[in-house]
Design a protein around this ligand. Sequence first.
Ligand code: AMP
Length: 222
Amino acid sequence: MTGIVLLGPPGAGKGTQAVRLAEELILPHISTGEILRQNVLDLTPIGEEAEDYMNRGLLVPDELVAKMLMSRFDKADVKKGFILDGYPRNLSQAMTLDDILGARKLDIGMVFYLDSSDNVIIQRLAGRLVCKACAANFHIKNMPPKKKGICDHCRARLYQRKDDQESTVKKRLEVYKKEAASLIEFYQAKEKLHRLSADAEPELVLSEIIEIALKCDDSLKV
Ligand code: AMP
C-alpha cells in the first residue's frame, strides 16, 4: 500500500495536486478541510462545532478532526493507499496519525512538502473558487471555469470560501507557519520528506511529484 501525505501552507496547491495525484495513481483522496466543509454544509454536529473555527482561520480541535479521520480510515478503499491533504497540521496530529494508521496496519510511504511564497499564496487564494457539489477548485485568472460561476465537472455553482478573504488567509498562514517547522523535522527524521517548490504551474509540480513517487515506490508502476 502507498500512503502519501501532502504538507504545505494553505494555497500551496495541496488540494489541486491531491486531486490530480489521486487520479494518476488511482488512490483515494482524503482532505480534512473538505470533509469538514461537507459537514458544515450538511449541518452535522461536527460541522456545527467546526464552523466558527474555520471561519476565523483557526484549527478545529484535534480530537474532533481525529475522530473524523478514524472513521474515514475505517473504509476499505484505503487498504491500497491514500493521498492525505490537510492533515497533519501540527506535531500532535502527526503522532495521532501514526497511531490511527498503525492500528489499521496502514503506513505513510512518502511526505511531500509543497513550498510557496506568501505573495503567490495570497494571490491564489483571493481568486480561488470552489464547487459546492464536487469541491473541485478553480481560479478566477489562473484556472477559470469554462462558464463563469459554474463547475466544469458537475455544472453546480462555484463559491468563494469565507476563509479565503485576505485577512483570514493571513491568519491561516500565521497558524500554519507556527507549526510547520516541527512537522518538517518530524518527517525528515523518518527520511520520508520530499520538499519542492509549488510556485510553478500545477502540471509541472505534479510531474515532479509523480517522478519522485515512482522512484520511491515500485508498486506504483502499474
Ligand atoms: P483547508 O481546506 O485544508 O485549507 O482547511 C480549511 C480549514 O479547515 C482550516 O483553516 C481549519 O479550520 C480546518 N481544518 C482542516 N484540516 C484541519 C486539521 N488537520 N486540523 C484542524 N483543523 C483543520
